[in-house]
Design a protein. Structure first.
Length: 80
């Protein structure tokens, strides 16, 4: 599951992006990858591991909702 969010461009500031990716771990469990930064510059990447897919999906939804409250808009969603 993948969600890409972005702030609307405003006067003089580069838009910020927030990318969430939930992917199966090679060994066991699931990883939630957060990538955030300004458009046109390298971002910061963090990972969280979850044993169960449902826990990862819940964390992904909570992270998405937190960014929506901060003014981000959903640009792209892919996955089940």
């Amino acid at each position: 599951m993948r969600i890409y969010l972005q702030t609307p461009p405003d006067s003089g500031n580069a838009p910020r992006y927030y990318h969430l990716l939930l992917q199966k771990d090679l060994i066991s469990g699931w990883n939630l990858v957060h990538e955030t930064g300004r458009q046109g510059s390298p971002g910061r990447v963090t990972k969280k591991h979850f044993d169960e897919r449902e826990a990862g999906v819940t964390a992904l939804i909570n992270a998405r909702d937190a960014q929506l409250k901060r003014g981000f808009r959903v640009v792209f969603v892919k996955g089940d």
